[in-house]
Design a protein around this ligand. Structure first.
Ligand code: ADP
Ligand code: MG
Length: 466
């Protein structure tokens, strides 16, 4: 695709954007280029400030988060006076500015979603996208929501700890991070810290190994509000639990707020010490249940607010009725629909929507680990056996890492268990593999497509014995 296939700039200051696009095209992948730079234009150049118009909020996020440096560099190479770029959403584009190039295969939507995970604040661990503004409250989560509000009003006083539990994709992380963001907003002087229990465990192990326990203790005891996600993963980790117990007491006694999330109620978390369990139970325990149809519809509508090509209410209703038990899947399906209709530049028909949604539903948990391994081996055309062996051959290492990633991402399996199932590997190897694939997915559209394909295979797979 050539730069000339893109919209001619509105106020192009001597073909600046066309020339910049040529340069950007050299430094980003083709699929990314054609997906993200289509329908972009310089709408204004004012001294050193470039106003870049983009077609929608997704492209805006993506360009400003991921390609900002590329864009700035390319522009400055041509026009050194450029200092900054502002991205604006241009809702209507004149008809004669239709691109003439053919549309390339899309970068799948899943990639865009992962982007936002990059945004966590270093100091607090909080992601600014998780706020109450975008959190829909319905009968299924209103109790959890009002407990959260009480905590915000009086941190460390009303409900301590606040313990929120729910199945996967029902809004635990969103809610507990929103509490953190809100406390920070109300009182920026408060130190708030969010992390998962696994990160806590790793941090603990590392401090023990490096003889830095005093720093570890100091660090966690200084927070005014500590938020620990997915606490179920401390099960079976005795030393971590002990450390957490002491940390808890210390924070609690100084009236610091503690917030936990878990996939089950404390009494059902097995392999935790009873004294820790009783700490979990000592404050407010509240669950989030499954959203009803109206809430699912409202959630979908809330995600459409900023969009130019919003699907019709009938489509939204269809999605809301087809996907019932997981908000993450609900979002995923909606995003695929939006992405596909943007690429096709038309609304999808019912059959297309049905197919998309079918492929978007994550494999059910009833599929065994073995089935995942088998499916991935078949997909990459390798012998299943070799995955368990010690070999580091490239053609084996990648599928093995993909399996680890899928087991973690789609099945929420713990790192040690994944390691054990794949030839007794250490959990740090699994974490490394997970992070590697996650990172690669951001830049490698082929890998994104491979993973989507595997997901489809897993959806259609016949279950095998465990
Ligand atoms: P969990 O931590 O329970 O697995 P998340 O908090 O990660 O679930 O939520 C999954 C996705 O659904 C996130 O993108 C989140 O923003 C969205 N989500 C969850 N609950 C709501 C809600 N009540 N309103 C709007 N979006 C929600
Ligand atoms: Mg979560």
């Amino acid at each position: 695709m050539h730069a000339s296939d893109y919209y001619k700039p509105l106020d192009d200051a001597g073909g600046l954007w066309e020339r910049a696009l040529i340069e950007i095209g050299l430094s980003v992948s083709k699929a990314n280029f054609s997906t993200w730079f289509k329908n972009t234009a310089i709408s204004k150049k004012d001294e050193g400030v470039i106003i870049l118009s983009v077609p929608n909020a997704f492209v805006k996020d993506w360009l400003s988060n991921k390609f900002h440096k590329h864009i700035l560099r390319a522009l400055r190479n041509i026009a050194p006076e450029v200092r900054s770029i502002e991205y604006i959403i241009a809702h209507s584009v004149p008809a004669n500015r239709e691109p003439v190039g053919r549309i390339e295969p899309p970068v799948l939507y899943s990639e865009q979603l992962r982007m936002s995970e990059l945004d966590a604040n270093h100091e607090t661990g909080l992601n600014p996208k998780y706020v109450f503004n975008s959190f829909v409250v319905g009968p299924f989560n209103e109790l959890a929501h009002s407990a959260a509000q009480a905590v915000i009003k009086n941190p460390g006083v009303s409900y301590n700890p606040l313990f929120i539990y729910a199945g996967t994709g029902l809004g635990k992380t969103h809610l507990i991070q929103a509490i953190g963001n809100q406390i920070k907003k109300t009182d920026p002087g408060k130190s708030v810290y969010y992390l998962t229990s696994e990160k806590f465990t790793l941090d603990y192990i590392e401090s023990v190994q490096n003889n830095k326990m005093y720093l570890f203790k100091e660090k966690y005891r200084k927070y005014d509000c500590l938020i620990m996600d997915d606490i179920q993963f401390v099960a079976g980790k005795e030393r971590t639990q002990e450390e957490l117990f002491h940390l808890f007491n210390n924070l609690y006694n100084s009236n610091k707020q503690i917030i936990f999330s878990s996939d089950k109620a404390p009494k059902y978390i097995t392999s935790i010490e009873s004294r820790l369990r009783s700490r979990f139970e000592g404050g407010m325990i509240v669950d989030i249940s499954h959203p009803d149809f109206e809430s699912r519809f409202a959630i979908l509508k809330s995600k459409l607010k900023e969009l130019e090509f919003a699907p019709s209410d009938a489509v939204v209703e269809y999605i809301a009725s087809a996907i019932q038990d997981n908000i993450r899947e609900l979002e995923g399906a909606l995003n695929s629909v939006i992405c596909q209709s943007q690429l096709k530049r038309r609304n999808l028909n019912v059959q297309e929507i049905k197919t998309l949604i079918k492929n978007n539903i994550k494999p059910k948990r009833t599929i065994s680990v073995k089935e995942v391994i088998k499916t991935v081996a078949q997909f990459y055309n390798i012998e299943e056996r070799s995955l368990y062996e010690k070999t580091r051959r490239k053609e084996i290492v990648k599928p093995r890492q993909v399996i680890m990633y899928i087991l973690r991402e789609d099945f929420n399996t713990s790192y040690p268990y994944i390691g054990q199932k794949l030839g007794g590997r250490d959990h740090t190897t699994v974490i490394h593999a997970y992070e590697k694939i996650k990172k690669d997915l951001r830049g490698d559209s082929l890998l994104v497509q491979e993973l989507d394909q595997i997901k489809i295979l897993l959806n259609n797979a016949e279950p095998v014995g465990v």
